[in-house]
Design a protein around this ligand. Structure first.
Ligand SMILES: C[S@@+](CC[C@H](N)C(=O)[O-])C[C@H]1O[C@@H](n2cnc3c(N)ncnc32)[C@H](O)[C@@H]1O
Length: 364
């Protein structure tokens, strides 16, 4: 059986001893040109390396590509709900976001608004809005009127955000919204085309910047849209997070090298390089268990959804070649901790709060 360029690329990435997030930019292999692939032709879907067996993963048994889950459909939401159920600390995290994270944003935000002025907030990849709702309700304690520009490419997510606003209307008095069903790159393009140079006091970009092709350009752009004294809050999984380790190893989500695998430290390294002041805030210590016991039960619907969430592949249990599924489950087990009969992954995220100094000689 011949393998194609992309399959060979994935194999080459997986055969590397390790691709640590903070080293990934330098150590991951670029997408190979077809004339570099001669050595791979004729390889079957199971390849031995010195210390492990790696499966070429990108095709189903009936030769269709593995399809990544999409933010645009309900299946993603079902997977997200399964994750939340398997991470019972999610409500506590939301409280922490409201109290701790919201307070830190207020502390760092160094803008005095003219009387009656609105705080301008830009939400990138806001999703269903739950996290931003928790931040906004804290900001309202100091800034009673807020204009929130929401940018997310998924209309499904935006509709859920609008439902949340209706449900929480009494708490959100004073907040106005405008909606952009766009990716960050599309929003940037349309703002540039229309000459919209609005500056924001607060920009949040949580768990979404890795979907953009160029993280550094995105960060620069967001910094350039901050008012002096404004803050940018961004978050990603850390390199200690087991789900990140799984993603690095299997890379199902990356269908080409157009979108490199970014990690949290790429953001902080960029801020350091650019002399942007920032603070790192780690999620609370007792909120990291991700219970994946159900993925080892073949008959569990919950387990199937969690498998899709972790692998980023739609219907992974049904479509993955059996050898690949076995490898995947075995890798998950190798990372997991067993406690009281449960199989637990470590789900770790960090938040970074970057500030734009109020006075001249700053970075942008
Ligand atoms: C994991 S969710 C995070 C949602 C929310 N920020 C939170 O922290 O709960 C990722 C969100 O990013 C959005 N997204 C995906 N690609 C994007 C892009 N290129 N630009 C902006 N948002 C994107 C998705 O539609 C989804 O709502």
């Amino acid at each position: 059986m011949e393998i194609n360029a992309f399959e060979a690329h994935v194999f080459a990435k997986m055969a590397m001893p390790s691709c640590k997030p903070d080293a990934c930019r330098s150590s991951c292999l670029p997408y190979p040109k077809s004339d570099e692939l001669d050595g791979f032709a004729g390889v079957d879907n199971c390849i031995s390396t010195v210390d492990k067996v790696v499966h070429v993963p990108t095709k189903t048994p009936d030769n269709k590509p593995l399809e990544t889950i999409s933010f645009y459909d309900d299946h993603y939401l079902e997977c997200q709900r399964a994750f939340e159920k398997a991470s019972p600390w999610t409500p506590d995290l939301n409280k922490w976001i409201h109290t701790h994270l919201g307070s830190r944003v207020l502390e760092k935000l160094d803008s005095t608004l003219p009387e009656g002025g609105q705080l301008k907030l830009l939400g990138i990849g806001s999703g269903e809005g739950e996290v931003e709702y928790n931040l906004i309700t804290r900001l309202l304690s100091k800034y009673p009127t807020i204009h929130n520009t929401v940018v997310d490419p998924s209309q499904t997510q935006l509709d859920l955000y609008k439902d949340l606003i209706k449900e929480k209307a009494p708490e959100l008095d004073g907040v106005q919204y405008d909606w952009h069903a766009k990716t960050l790159a599309q929003y940037r393009h349309s703002s540039e085309e229309s000459g919209d140079r609005t500056k924001f006091h607060f920009i949040s970009a949580l768990f979404c910047l890795y979907y953009e092709a160029d993280l550094y350009s995105s960060l620069e752009y967001l910094l350039s849209r901050l008012e002096p004294g404004g803050v940018l809050l961004a978050a990603m999984e850390t390199d200690r997070c087991d789900v990140m380790k799984i993603e690095e190893r299997f890379q199902f989500g990356a269908d080409s090298d157009d979108v490199p695998l970014y990690c949290f430290t790429d953001m902080t390294a960029h801020f350091e390089k650019r002399g942007v002041p920032f603070a790192v805030l780690n999620q609370p210590d007792d909120q990291r268990d991700f219970d994946v016991t159900a993925i080892f039960d073949e008959s569990s619907r919950e387990g199937a959804l969690l498998l899709d969430f972790i692998s980023s592949v739609a219907n992974f249990r049904q479509v993955a070649p059996p050898g690949l599924l076995a490898d995947f489950l075995s890798y998950v087990r190798s990372l997991a901790t067993l406690r009281e009969g449960r199989v637990l992954l470590f789900y770790d995220t960090d938040y970074v709060l970057a500030s734009k100094p109020k006075f001249k000689n700053h970075f942008v």
